[in-house]
Design a protein around this ligand. Structure first.
Ligand code: SF4
Length: 352
């Protein structure tokens, strides 16, 4: 790690540079106006669901995006597809600033970013056979005009996700949860995307099935050169699949690092607390581990705490934390953290 940390908000550092990333997100903000009851003074209350998020995704990479429910991770993913319009910030996809494009200009690029939902049943039309559901995006995007072409493509997609093409005339309710997620993945792959935003794709599945779907996603990534933003609510899920991991808290990133660095040298107290909850397979080590239990709930994004938003729950907060928001700074080697007192500094600080 470099000697001197670079102090920055992290936004400009995420702009596309020479080796162009597939996706670059700079200072992304998604705010919602809530309105206010007539008896209260003042303007609309604002929920800052995403409040200044910046990161890059290299081609073929998987970035895990982790945080508690309500931290803004799903909103971040959906805003990349335009499903939730950003309030501010910029997003570049393959070198083009998509936040500056009109709906018509965005349409051809939109095909290249696909979303996989947590609940595949909700994303599949129950009245449509699964074969027709997979063929639908082909028709929408004008891929494979002849019915025979589309039929061949659907059969190939079935095989690609490990399903029997002879099942194509069945309906979603005739499949298990894991099979339905495979169908949803096939549907997303139908239009040959570059980037898949996987929004908790295994959270609703049995543990025994989760590993199969993660392995399938990894296999597809290798074969098709896909890039993933993999959203999850705990760190145990993303370890296996991610190259880098970003931890989100109350609409902002608090830590971003290579997977092994994040697991071996977490710098932010929130990341440390999340990691302490990840079970270790060795019972002897597991018995000796100290669990960091965070006090309180995730604060409301309508009225986030002053200074560092994590300070009401932080076990090492000091006075400065209540008034001064820590910048998202680069500690070196692509390890970013938003904390006045990262572990590295605590370890070398003189005892008082
Ligand atoms: Fe805790 Fe302060 Fe660091 Fe925030 S800035 S995480 S409150 S030590």
């Amino acid at each position: 790690m470099g000697d001197r940390a670079r102090e920055t908000d992290g936004a400009t550092a995420q702009r596309p540079k020479g080796d162009r990333p597939l996706l670059a997100v700079e200072d992304l903000r998604v705010h919602f106006a809530l309105g206010r009851p007539w008896w209260e003074r003042g303007g609309d209350r604002v929920v800052k669901a995403v409040d200044g998020v910046s990161f890059q995704l290299r081609r073929g990479e998987t970035l895990g995006l982790v945080g508690e429910s309500g931290c803004g991770k799903s909103t971040t993913g959906r805003s990349l597809l335009g499903l939730v319009p950003p309030t501010g910030g910029k997003v570049w996809f393959d070198g083009r600033e998509i936040t500056a494009l009109t709906a018509a200009q965005l349409r051809p690029l939109r095909r290249r970013i696909q979303l996989i939902f947590q609940d595949p049943y909700a994303s599949l039309n129950p009245r449509l056979s699964v074969g027709a559901a997979i063929a639908e995006p082909l028709a929408i995007h004008g891929l494979g005009t002849a019915a025979a072409d589309r039929g061949d493509r659907v059969a190939a997609l079935f095989q690609q996700v490990g399903l029997d093409p002879n099942c194509r005339d069945r309906f979603p309710h005739e499949f298990s949860g894991g099979q339905r997620q495979r169908i949803a993945i096939a549907r997303a792959l139908a239009v040959e995307p570059d980037l898949l935003v996987c929004d908790e794709p295994i959270a609703a599945l049995d543990v025994s099935i989760q590993a199969q779907v993660v392995n399938l996603l990894q296999d597809l990534q290798q074969r098709l050169g896909l890039t993933y933003l993999f959203i999850a609510h705990d760190l145990s899920v993303v370890r296996h699949i991610s190259d880098r991991i970003a931890v989100m808290y109350l609409g902002r990133l608090v830590e971003l690092a290579d997977r092994d660095r994040l697991y071996d040298q977490p710098q932010h107290p929130y990341t440390q607390a999340l990691l302490s909850a990840v079970p270790v397979p060795d019972p002897a080590i597991e018995r000796q581990r100290q669990r960091i239990v965070l006090q309180g709930e995730l604060p409301s994004p309508v009225a986030p705490p002053s200074g560092c938003p994590f300070h009401p729950r932080c076990p090492i907060a000091e006075g400065r934390c209540q008034t001064e928001r820590p910048p998202f700074r680069d500690l070196g080697d692509g390890h970013w953290v938003a904390c006045h007192f990262p572990s590295r500094d605590r370890a070398i600080a003189p005892a008082t």
